[in-house]
Design a protein around this ligand. Sequence first.
Ligand SMILES: *Cc1c(COP(=O)(O)O)cnc(C)c1O
Length: 219
Amino acid sequence: MNKNINRAIENSKYNQEVKLIAVTKNFGVEEIELAIENGITDIGENRVQELVEKYKILGDKVNYHMIGHLQTNKVKYIIDKVKLIHSLDRLSLAKEINKRAEKYDIIMDTLIQINISKEETKQGISVEEVDEFINSLSEFKNIRVKGLMTIAPYENNIEDTRWIFKELKAIYQDIKSKNYKNVDMEILSMGMTNDYEIAIEEGSTMVRVGTGIFGKRKY
Ligand SMILES: *Cc1c(COP(=O)(O)O)cnc(C)c1O
């Protein structure tokens, strides 16, 4: 995995650093502990309940990332546990994250999830709405936008995903240049098992890999 990541960085014109997030949904605590022994420092979960259960056992042995759709009424369970929320995609969620973060007197780091591919099944705000959305976040003092996230559709020919990563990188650069309040663009979370190498070539700084590390998920 690290070898492949390093090779992709060599092929990237950005020469960036890349953080590997091990996506541990549907895998148990033993597998996570083994991954930690092998150098994993950050894990991604897409369900609140599963994240909380693992947190109870593993505590601060590892950093937690919320990468899946986040229901507003569940923010309170994770706000004090996660390092980064990758799936900020609507104002009602921002409002709730801000409210809960304020109670803990923390500033919650978030990524805005963007639906580049326009697949109806995918969450995320549309490319056209990004600027307006970021503007509307400026009132939330306990939220900091650290970057962007997207999920590319699964393609058999992974070259078909390249345009998506290119486009997210372009939006990232554009937002970065505008110096919005509360925005500190550092992270581009894109790339999963199927497409992380292409995502890195196009500038990803954070890849979310599950099956590529742990094998097929057991349901
Ligand atoms: C499951 C998941 C991943 C990891 O998928 P793999 O194909 O197993 O690497 C990455 N990001 C999100 C948002 C996910 O839900």
